[in-house]
Design a protein. Structure first.
Length: 167
């Protein structure tokens, strides 16, 4: 459990890790607007006036940051419980049990919510999690800022994007 995310980051392309870190901690006004309108999307509705989002939307950013925090909490509390005998006061170790359990519960709930959103609300997003690609129409609708950035950088032309969205 401790090594898995570390190994994954080591074997992931540096560009991907850089994008992840850069995107997760760049929270702007559009992300706040997204989060205000997001409960409607949770219910399967298409909220009006949803702000443009980047590579990650506000909810994805919060989920990834939450999962990072939960991982740190689980690792720290687990290590204290597992290795802390004799080194750490038992009263501190005792507090690690509920902390560890609460963190695990929140992480599990967030994972179930993520699965629900991917399969039930936005099934096109599941393809991105599975193989790293998404339909152009999905990207244009849900990650407009990212698509605009790809066009500005010359990685794709607006004509190519428009043609892909039509299909």
């Amino acid at each position: 459990f401790i090594a898995n995310p570390i190994i994954a980051l080591l074997f992931t392309a540096r560009e991907g890790v850089g994008t992840l870190i850069r995107e997760i901690f760049r929270f702007d006004g559009d992300d706040v607007k997204f989060l205000v309108k997001f409960p409607g999307e949770l219910l399967g509705k298409e909220p009006e006036g949803m702000p443009k989002q980047g590579f990650y939307n506000g909810g994805e950013r919060m989920n990834i940051a939450l999962q990072m925090l939960i991982w740190l909490c689980l690792v720290a509390s687990g290590l204290v419980m597992w290795l802390g005998g004799g080194l750490i006061d038992n009263s501190i170790r005792a507090w690690m049990i509920p902390l560890h359990s609460i963190a695990a519960g929140i992480g599990f709930a967030a994972a179930i919510g993520h699965i629900y959103l991917a399969i039930g609300v936005n099934p096109d997003s599941f393809q991105g999690m599975k193989d790293g690609t998404v339909k152009a129409s999905y990207a244009e609708h849900h990650h407009t800022k990212w698509c605009d950035a790809l066009v500005r950088s010359g990685k794709v032309s607006q004509a190519e994007l428009d043609e892909a969205v039509r299909h």
